[in-house]
Design a protein around this ligand. Structure first.
Ligand SMILES: [Zn+2]
Length: 365
């Protein structure tokens, strides 16, 4: 391999487009020299990164192709953008291409199962220590193509991809930062699970074996405005001991070792919630799996390496295997065992009584 540097001069133009990038490559350039205030389109920047062509600001030190990063970007303020530790080239590796296809297939599954609506829901995969591939904002998960996806660093700054990343990426990034085993996150709004999320309730346990093994206890995080850092951090108390969290008044998030598995957990939770709701209409009590048989299921779960707060034996006093103390109920107030710390959005009995009294007082005249 020759190490010869061949420059492609842009003569002070204010915009570097995809056509310029392609011309630079056709000319055999190893670097493109741009004016300090030149804006580089995301697709041109990606193209140059993909083909090992460095971007160099005129009169400044050269940037080696192997570490090429955008000299200017339409993603943020180019003057203040700090160099990310993340490697944008990971976006173009064969592994990334496989992951992109998997994300698109999972997006279509979510839409087909009615787990997402409009442009709702988002999917991500951590491909490197500081690099996360994710879905864009404002695209239906049914219509996703690999070219729609983008890549961000762990702070949420977009480093590759021509479409703007999902506004919910901060939620996924909090999971990745807290849980090293988490490789993929899926956030969606499946109706039956979301029904629990809007009532501040969690489903009971020890009803269906698959649910115990793959999910177990579901936590519920408090409501915050979607897209904000505050919202992203609401899941932090739960994600180490739960792979699935109900997001109050919003939807769910699941994490797993692969995109496909994270989507499976969304399916398992949604089907479980749906089945419970159907069973509750039959007029017959739900029969539960015994505590002893439940222990067997937890042993299977441990072998699979899946998290469960019930593995923490120091918490077993506050955390029974099941919720049999409320027979027949399919919507339970969360307990410390569900990872909750007393801030559940559901009102207490005293609150309810006060509410009922205020309503009857108001309507009695
Ligand atoms: Zn959402």
């Amino acid at each position: 391999m020759k190490n010869e540097v061949k420059s492609f001069e842009t003569s002070g133009q204010k915009l570097l487009s995809m056509r310029d990038a392609q011309n630079a490559r056709a000319a055999g350039a190893t670097r493109v020299v741009i004016a300090e205030k030149c804006v580089v389109t995301p697709s041109a920047r990606d193209f140059l990164t993909q083909h090992n062509i460095a971007l160099v600001i005129d009169g400044k030190a050269s940037v080696a192709p192997q570490t090429a990063a955008p000299a200017a970007s339409t993603y943020g303020n180019s003057a203040t953008q700090t160099r990310s530790k993340a490697n944008p080239k990971l976006f173009f590796t064969p592994e990334a291409e496989v992951i992109k296809k998997e994300i698109c297939a999972v997006g279509r599954k979510l839409w087909m199962r009615q787990f997402v609506d409009g442009n709702g829901g988002n999917i991500s995969y951590r491909i490197g220590p500081n690099e996360v591939i994710c879905t864009p904002t404002l695209v239906s998960k049914y219509d996703l193509t690999p070219d729609d996806l983008s890549m961000v660093d762990l702070e949420g700054t977009q480093i590759a991809g021509s479409k703007a990343r999902t506004s919910e990426i901060l939620l996924h990034l909090e999971v990745y930062k807290a849980v090293p085993e988490a490789k993929s996150c899926v956030h969606c709004h499946p109706p039956h699970a979301t029904a629990y999320a809007i009532t501040g309730r969690v489903p009971p346990n020890l009803v269906i074996p698959e649910f115990e093994v793959f999910i177990g206890k579901v936590a519920i995080s408090p409501y915050e405005t979607p897209g904000t850092a505050e919202f992203a951090q609401t899941v932090l108390p739960y994600v180490k001991t739960h792979n699935t969290v109900l997001l109050a008044n919003h939807g769910i998030i699941c994490w797993a070792d692969s995109v496909t598995h994270a989507e499976w957990y969304a399916e398992v939770l949604e089907t479980y919630c749906w089945t419970l709701l159907i069973a509750s209409q039959l007029g017959a009590p739900i029969s539960y799996i015994s505590e002893q048989k439940g222990t067997d299921l937890l042993a299977i779960k441990k072998k699979l390496g899946l998290p469960d707060i019930r593995f923490d034996t120091s918490r077993m006093k506050e955390c029974q295997l099941s919720d049999l103390e409320v027979p027949g109920s399919i919507a339970l107030l969360p307990t410390p065992c569900d990872g909750n710390t007393g801030h559940a959005s559901a009102p207490s009995n005293a609150d309810l009584e006060a509410l009922v009294k205020s309503v009857t007082d108001f309507t009695s005249d």
